[in-house]
Write a protein that binds this ligand. Structure first.
Ligand code: CA
Ligand code: CA
Length: 275
């Protein structure tokens, strides 16, 4: 059981002019994705009422370190800090986007791609024709990870969780709580997803209340989740320690409780899941 504490501390920001690394685009160097087949792992109940979670194995990313999901594209940062993108996440669809050699985590927030560098500088990616550019945003010096969603969600070294209200650069960070053992947070509109150091995934309401564990539904060989990313409340991407990539989709199954259980902005009979 995760203990919830809300703490108050401040994150001061210092402007550093460090470079994110190379900006040269090199095409056609996919991740090693030669293993595995796609497959539906079947359904598992989230410990939430009115929702069923369906795990689907999408592919394998042998060299992946981090993932970041947008609405129609997923990014992966490799262990050699190369950035790849794919429309589906399936094997053979990854293309090299850039080589941000200092990046250690990536996130898509509000449809924009960010990188957190080794020196704790935060950069916004601008994909313009013929070259990648990265624009300095801030220095969340205590951040250990950043996560996707409506805003950049940083987990600090002391397990406190912060949401960044930018861009523009220099916008403030807002403390939304603390969860001992938390590793990554993803905050699509309507849902918080939390990944612990031991690989457990929890759903939470705003304010980190009502924590509910997402049943893993993974084969033993897949290991445990090591990164999560969600661009929308009813879809969660999961990278495991065995470098398997999964997509978890959430279906509204209680169609008469006047609640939008899967947080897809459609309630009961208005939700396609209920038709
Ligand atoms: Ca409902
Ligand atoms: Ca719904």
């Amino acid at each position: 059981m995760i203990r919830r504490l809300v703490i108050a501390c401040s994150t001061s920001m210092a402007l550093l002019s460090a470079c994110l690394g190379g900006c040269v685009v090199v095409e056609g160097e996919p991740l090693d994705d030669s293993l595995g087949e796609e497959g539906d792992l079947g359904s598992a109940r989230l410990a939430l009422t009115g929702v069923t979670a369906t795990w689907t194995r999408v592919g394998r990313l042998d060299n992946a370190l981090k993932i970041a999901a947008a609405h129609n594209v997923i990014f992966a940062l490799s262990t050699s800090f190369k950035l790849y993108r794919s429309l589906s996440g399936q094997n053979g669809t990854w293309t090299l986007e850039d080589h941000p050699a200092q990046a250690r985590d990536i996130a898509v927030a509000g449809g924009l791609l960010y990188a957190l560098n080794d020196n704790k500088t935060l950069w916004l990616h601008r994909d313009v024709p013929t070259r990648n550019t990265w624009i300095y945003q801030d220095t969340p010096f205590a951040a250990k990870t950043i996560g996707s969603g409506g805003s950049v969600a940083a987990v600090n070294l002391d397990d406190s969780i912060w949401v960044w209200s930018g861009p523009p650069a220099g916008s403030p960070w807002i403390n939304v709580g603390e969860l001992p053992g938390v590793k990554e947070v993803s905050m699509p509109r309507g849902r918080y997803w939390l990944l612990t150091d031991s690989g457990e995934i929890y759903s939470a309401n705003e304010g980190l209340s009502d924590l509910r564990q997402l049943t893993p539904s993974l084969p033993v060989a897949a290991g445990v989740p090591m990164d999560i990313s969600a661009a929308r409340a009813d879809e969660l991407w999961v990278l495991t320690t065995a470098k398997e990539l999964y997509k978890v989709t959430f279906t509204e199954t209680n169609c008469s409780n006047f609640l939008d259980d899967d947080r897809d902005l459609a309630t009961d009979a208005l939700d396609d899941d209920c038709r």
